[in-house]
Design a protein around this ligand. Structure first.
Ligand code: ZN
Length: 194
């Protein structure tokens, strides 16, 4: 079972690299990402949320294993943003925290699926928002960065609790050092991005 890392784990701020190779291990990682996402009751999960530096995210807008469509986006590029919409967002890396995020209503995404087929899709509504939220993760951006100042104040205390908890877990030895995390990311970049 893949562990979903929580804020402020440094990998959540790491800028992901394009994937140049898909192998059996990466396919298994994608399957495990869907499992972790369903367990956590989410509708999308980006690779850096499972401590991987790869341009990859998965989405199933139903959040349920046996319904909807499982979509895998590799090396996504967004374009043609249109309109604006406000909606409540949350994140599996900040469980229990939510806020209103303003985003373009419609976007176009170009990407590849797990079989290497190109994806060209215009998305809006929940799917369009999920794609933008997960794409942000790959750039090291989290939804809390996009909140208005008044929305930020509402969640400030909860966010600080996550920071204190992270420090406590690191002191207790259950979170690796920044150097160990960087070495782990480098290893995956060497294997999948060169
Ligand atoms: Zn998220």
């Amino acid at each position: 079972m893949l562990e979903i890392i929580t804020f402020p784990h440094p990998t959540l701020r790491h800028k992901s690299k394009p994937i140049t190779k898909v192998d059996a291990e990466l396919k298994q990682i994608v399957a495990d990402m869907f499992e972790a996402m369903y367990q956590a009751k989410g509708i999308g999960l980006a690779a850096n949320q499972v401590n991987l530096p790869l341009q990859l995210f998965v989405i199933n807008t139903t959040g349920k294993k046996d319904s909807g469509e499982e979509q895998v986006f590799i090396n996504p590029v967004l374009s043609a943003a249109k309109g604006a919409a406000d909606a409540d967002e949350g994140c599996l890396s900040l469980p229990g925290v939510g806020g209103i995020v303003s985003r373009p209503e419609t976007i176009h995404v170009s990407a590849y699926d797990l079989q290497g087929n190109p994806i060209e899709m215009t998305a809006k509504g929940l799917l369009g928002r999920a794609i933008q939220h997960e794409f942000d993760h790959l750039q090291g951006v989290m939804f809390i960065d996009r909140l208005s100042d008044s929305e930020k104040r509402l969640i400030q205390e909860e966010v600080e609790t996550f920071e204190l908890d992270f420090e406590a877990r690191r002191k207790a030895g259950s979170i690796p050092s920044n150097e160990q995390i960087a070495a782990h990311l480098k290893d995956f970049e060497t294997r999948y991005c060169s």
